[in-house]
Design a protein around this ligand. Structure first.
Ligand code: PEP
Length: 249
């Protein structure tokens, strides 16, 4: 069974209350003409509650960008999966390369966070991707499949999560892999999911992320095994994000 595609926006550390107008514009566009995709916005934690309120009744889902593995406790500044859920989130991005590189997150920690998200009833989007050095050395497939193997819990239902392939060198750079390179990596990820989860491994969408914009979205989104997109910069403005959703057709 082919999973429903997902287009998710990662606002990163951008956005103030005034930016909610962009989220409402996306919801309005979907109200006028629906989409075959599940659409989600992952604002900074400060906006999750307000965004969930602003999008109440619309099909646009709200997600977090990270969570702590523990449910509660003395972890100053951190946020648990339960707290994200309580604020109105229904999914959470985990293992983003900006957290792996900037916060020393290991595959092992990502597994614990994925388990926490599932425990709280959130759908994790688990990010993987190679650096430029790794790609140039010919290691892209080995690195990415290794991250998928090691970042997912042993027992998992394919319907409960998504994977995002985000080459580190493509994030925010304007560079994208060729369609053939994207298909090669996504096919390898699907192979790992099917081997690990059996038929259920077909149910997880594999999103592509890294410099997706209105001009390249259609080609990327229609490539084999691409089950949607995780969009950074181009998700901040509805005028960019809506055409990306529409590119799915
Ligand atoms: C991201 O960091 O998740 C991302 C896809 O960023 P951008 O679209 O800006 O490259």
């Amino acid at each position: 069974m082919k999973p429903r595609p997902m287009i998710a926006g990662n606002w990163k550390m951008n956005g103030l209350a005034a930016s909610l107008v962009e989220a409402r514009a996306i919801a309005d566009a979907l109200a006028q003409a629906g989409s075959s995709a599940e659409v989600a916005l992952c604002p900074p934690a400060t906006l999750i509650g307000q965004m969930a309120e602003a999008l109440r009744g619309s099909p646009v889902l709200v997600g977090g960008q990270d969570c702590r593995a523990e449910a509660s406790g003395a972890f100053t500044g951190d946020i648990s999966a339960e707290q994200l859920k309580d604020a109105g989130a229904s999914l959470v991005i985990l293992g983003h390369s900006e957290r792996r590189a900037g916060h020393g997150e290991t595959d092992e920690l990502v597994v614990a966070k994925v388990e926490a998200a599932l425990r709280a009833g959130l759908r994790p989007i688990v990010c993987v991707g190679e650096t430029l050095e790794e790609r140039e050395a010919g290691w892209a497939i080995a690195v990415v499949t290794g991250q998928v193997e090691d970042s997912l819990p042993k027992a998992l239902d394919g319907k409960a999560f998504a994977v995002a392939y985000e080459p580190v060198w493509a994030i925010g750079s304007g560079l994208t892999p060729t369609t053939e390179q994207i298909v090669e990596v996504h096919t390898a990820i699907r192979g790992v999911l099917k081997r690990r989860l059996g038929a259920s491994g077909e149910a997880a969408p594999i999103l592509y992320g890294g410099s997706v914009k209105p001009s390249n979205a259609a080609e990327i989104l229609h490539a084999d095994e691409v089950g949607g997109a995780l969009v950074g910069g181009a998700s901040l403005k509805s005028a960019d994000f809506i055409p990306i959703i529409r590119a799915l057709g």
